[in-house]
Design a protein around this ligand. Sequence first.
Ligand SMILES: [Fe+2]
Ligand SMILES: [Fe+2]
Length: 339
Amino acid sequence: MATAAAHQTARAQADGTAGAGAPLEESARATAYEAAFDAAVAADERIEPRDWMPDAYRSTLVRQIAQHAHSEIIGMQPEANWITRAPSLRRKAILMAKVQDEAGHGLYLYSAAETLGTGRDELLDKLHSGRQKYSSIFNYPTLTWADVGAIGWLVDGAAITNQVPLCRCSYGPYARAMVRVCKEESFHQRQGYELLLALSRGTAEQHAMAQDAVDRWWWPSLMMFGPPDDESAHSAQSMAWKIKRHSNDELRQRFVDICVPQAQSLGLTLPDPEPRWNEEREHHDFGPIDWTEFREVLKGNGPCNEQRITQRKRAHDEGAWVRDAAAAYAGKHTTAGKA
Ligand SMILES: [Fe+2]
Ligand SMILES: [Fe+2]
């Protein structure tokens, strides 16, 4: 941007540091800050870590970014389950790279949350104690090799649909993290599609395995967009703040419209008798989602909830020496640098 952001100028004026007039009284200054924030959001400017922001905006972002970060690292588990059993060296290398990417996504996101004043330790503690959630999709098991393909095609595909609009999110560090994440997610989605295509064109058993995986992952993928718009507690405010750009139902529809022709190209069917083109709406209609299942998994009663958290805590405990060593090294480096 060529000129200083409008909200920075307005804030400087309120502080009396813009060279025009004395600083405002405390309450007038708070009002001016808020007005500057609102104007910046309305003008599609980015809010940066040092800018004034409403407390609720900050806490909404921390909650959303934390949940996103937790999903990235918990999401490593169902797929890592297949690394040792990948059917070829090529598939193994691809899967390892993908799982590693997800760890990287977690890192960018925990760093984005840190810019809002909440450290990674605190967020991990909340994840481990069940006070913060991760995406429910990762509470389903990966039963066969084809699940790796179905996750790439559907779960990473749904993640991209959700995350591309986040590249324009009003909070700068989150938006910028999403640009890189989305590039990597599109590689994940294509590797899943290509894996399923190979199975679908393979033997009858391989085709059946691909179909079974798609049958199991389809509905949970649609649930990844969150509850229907009329039940979504945080949506309206997040849209007003331009953290979210589209509603849950809009994004879900976009995803269905992308997947229906892709399923046809794959030679696989979706486990829904209803997806058909609706001329009037210019979208595919699709069958009802079982929200009871969604709520049960969210409550902790999914097939793998307990296993995922137990494994995460164990990995965290077993990694303590790595964190200690890194901190000791960094400390030594700093001391040496100062000497
Ligand atoms: Fe990811
Ligand atoms: Fe991914």
